[in-house]
Design a protein around this ligand. Structure first.
Ligand code: NAD
Length: 382
């Protein structure tokens, strides 16, 4: 047993040393890209796995239509990046193959289809391509909007994207047959920047409340500090109220009709943000309707909130997958690069199509196909 303890202490020293170096690097803030000064915006396109290439193909047709003039003038380039597939990642034994990472780094923004992560016990261990991309490109703010106008729901979730359980999730300790132990890390600088992103968004969008959601009563160090830093940041935003919530009661409140329409902006550590935004997406019509932005100061990546849906593929339902998720990600991408008019056209066309109720994607054979939905949009975009 002593041998396990010695190995664990050495492993822990190594983790702490690397995390302290990361925390120090985070303290050097880098300014965000100003797209008004970029002559040619490079959009990287990665279709992903499973239903990814199917929904991606349709989203790309719609984006190309919206950006047709700018693509023709060379003001925007869509660069298709191959190799972010499960087969290629397994072949290289890397979450993101080196040439793919190099190609991603050369883009201003990335549109990404869902990528499969093999689960424990289902073949070779591979880190999630998403987690790796968020870390490698330092995409610290995961913004997930959820709107259901008829229920009065207009929520913006700001999930911290590079810390918490995720950064150390594959580096736990095991004493075989006895116990396992995982680690969670939260830095002051990492928390401050996600809190600022949430409060900046609130201020820019006329919102008056930000809910800070943690489990600080149990995870006293990590979540306790997350909450304290968010409250400190809040002091720089007079007129915006910072409310303290625990994630368990917040999960209940999201389905409590009496209170849920009072929430506006949420800021959460990584794991709670991951879980609670799927719950929120379900209220909007399912994960197939929700897009997400992963924003860093130099680069940003936009994607559906769901995964590669292997079960749909096994059942031959891939063509019935809803492309609304990745199209909403496309809308966020357009806004991020300063193409608000194109984003508004896309949002209006999607809202129109949904209101008409002629093309309804259910994820099943009783609904429209992904292609039908894109055709409906393309017809509206003229
Ligand atoms: P999933 O999100 O892939 O699918 C769960 C279920 O949601 C599906 O069976 C389907 O019923 C429904 N669904 C998902 N997308 C839909 C769409 N566009 N239209 C209609 N219905 C849709 O979740 P999972 O099965 O837990 O994960 C599968 C794989 O995806 C795993 O390897 C996981 O690691 C990975 N994953 C990737 C990402 C990402 O790339 N961002 C996110 C989550 C999960």
């Amino acid at each position: 047993m002593q041998q396990y303890i010695d190995e664990a202490v050495s492993h822990y020293r190594d983790l702490l040393t690397r995390q302290l170096a990361r925390a120090e690097a985070l303290e050097q803030e880098s300014p965000a890209v100003d797209f008004a000064g970029v002559d040619q915006v490079i959009i990287g396109a990665c279709p992903g796995d499973g239903i990814g290439p199917i929904i991606f193909r349709e989203a790309l047709r719609v984006l190309k239509k919206l950006l047709a003039d700018e693509l023709a003038a060379g003001k925007v380039v869509i660069r298709e990046i191959d190799g972010l597939t499960l087969e290629e990642r397994l072949r290289c034994g890397k979450a993101i193959p080196d040439p793919v990472l190099e190609a991603l780094r050369a883009c201003h923004v990335i549109l990404k289809g869902p990528t499969t992560t093999p689960g424990a016990g289902s073949g070779p261990s591979l880190e999630s391509a998403n987690v790796a991309m968020r870390r490698e490109l330092d995409l610290f703010a995961n913004m997930r909007p959820i709107t259901v106008p008829k229920l009065g729901i207009d929520w913006a979730f700001f999930r911290e994207n590079t810390e918490g359980e995720y950064v150390l999730g594959s580096q736990g300790i095991e004493v075989p047959g006895r116990l396992t132990m995982d680690f969670k890390v939260t830095t002051v600088a990492g928390t401050r920047r996600i809190a600022k992103a949430a409060f900046d968004y609130a201020r820019a969008n006329g919102k008056t409340r930000v809910a800070i959601v943690t489990k600080a009563n149990i995870m006293k160090k990590t979540d306790g500090m997350f909450s304290a830093v968010c409250h400190q940041v809040a002091r720089d935003y007079p007129g915006i109220q910072a409310d303290e919530w625990y994630v368990d009661i917040m999960s209940a409140n999201l389905i409590n009709e009496a209170v849920r329409d009072q929430f506006q902006v949420f800021v959460l550590p990584n794991l709670y943000g991951d879980i609670i935004t799927d719950e929120a997406a379900q209220l909007q019509g399912g994960v197939g309707t929700a897009g997400s932005a992963n924003i860093g100061s130099r680069c940003a990546m936009f994607e559906a909130i769901h995964g590669s849906a292997p079960r749909m593929m096994e059942e031959g339902l891939g063509e019935y997958a809803n492309p609304a998720s990745i199209l909403k990600a496309g809308e966020m991408l357009l806004r991020h690069i300063g193409r608000a008019a194109a984003a508004d056209r896309l949002a209006a066309a999607m809202a129109d199509l949904d209101r008409e109720g002629r093309v309804v994607v259910t994820g099943n054979r009783d609904g429209a196909t992904c292609r039908d939905y894109a055709e409906g949009l393309l017809a509206k975009l003229g």
